[in-house]
Write a protein that binds this ligand. Structure first.
Ligand SMILES: [Zn+2]
Length: 269
């Protein structure tokens, strides 16, 4: 998920960002003396929380024991993966790591599972952002405000992981979802609104309707970016439910519908 590309879009609503970094190296005890943690204690706690993903889902975790990692952010990452896998248990996320993602907040990669010929998704979360919850909250809030990300009330790391999970489902549907995204949107628009607009202005009005998607769903030049549009639509619906935009609802449904035949073929559904 990238916050780098600034593209104009609608004004999103402000997220309700809770206090981040609930557990810093010193936590106050109801206004009493600060609780001092022994060196390495927080690193071990973070590792322990992340290891829950291995225990519950078999997801390999890397880098969560590094110094400076924010425990609140780790909890949000883990909670988002738990929640998404509860809804989409066949999505194949096989590792979660802290690493360098070149200015992005997180990235999803399609990769081969170790020692198998099966393909799955690897998610990496930025070391820069996982160690700086204030910067993460600030940059995500700004991106939502300018319409780059779809509005989301959830905490920023949670919303980020839900977006990456949208990429994981896209990989499940192979390139079919990406290739069909724009045509599918257009077909829906034509079926739903086409008769109101017989004079050939469909293209412009279609673009306006499609423009309800977040700015990140388009390249800087304004062209449709199906890969990010699918992940953004997925996040919009998962995080905002019925309040998500109509084109996002259409893409979200298509994404899930495209992944399902693969799971069915594998006997998972
Ligand atoms: Zn993305």
């Amino acid at each position: 998920m990238s916050i780098a590309a600034a593209s104009p879009g609608e004004q999103g609503s402000h997220p309700r960002l809770g206090s981040s970094g609930a557990e810093s190296s010193q936590t106050t005890n109801a206004g009493q003396l600060p609780v001092r943690r022994r060196p390495g204690q927080l690193e071990r706690l973070n590792e322990q929380i992340a290891n829950g993903l291995t225990e519950r889902h078999g997801i390999q975790v890397y880098g969560f024991g590094r110094p400076g990692v924010d425990t609140g952010t780790v909890r949000d990452i883990v909670r988002a993966v738990d929640d998404m896998l509860a809804k989409y248990p066949h999505a194949r996320v096989f590792s979660m790591e802290i690493g360098d993602v070149e200015g992005d907040i997180a990235r999803a990669f399609e990769d081969r599972l170790p020692n198998t010929d099966r393909i799955g998704t690897r998610i990496a979360f930025s070391e820069k952002y996982v160690t700086d919850p204030e910067l993460l909250a600030k940059d995500v809030a700004k991106a939502i405000q300018r319409g780059h990300f779809s509005p989301r009330a959830e905490r920023p790391a949670y919303g980020t992981i839900v977006h990456e999970f949208g990429h994981a489902l896209t990989f499940e549907g192979r390139s079919a979802a990406v290739e069909r995204a724009d045509t599918h949107l257009f077909d829906h628009y034509h079926r739903t609104f086409g008769h109101d607009n017989p004079g050939g202005e469909l293209t412009e009005s279609y673009k306006n309707w499609r423009g309800q998607l977040s700015g990140y769903s388009f390249w800087k030049e304004g062209d449709f970016h199906p890969t990010e549009a699918l992940a953004e639509a997925f996040a919009d619906v998962e995080l905002n439910g019925a309040r998500a935009s109509e084109p996002a609802q259409v893409l979200h449904k298509m994404l899930v519908d495209t992944a399902e035949p693969k799971w069915r073929k594998e006997g998972l559904l």
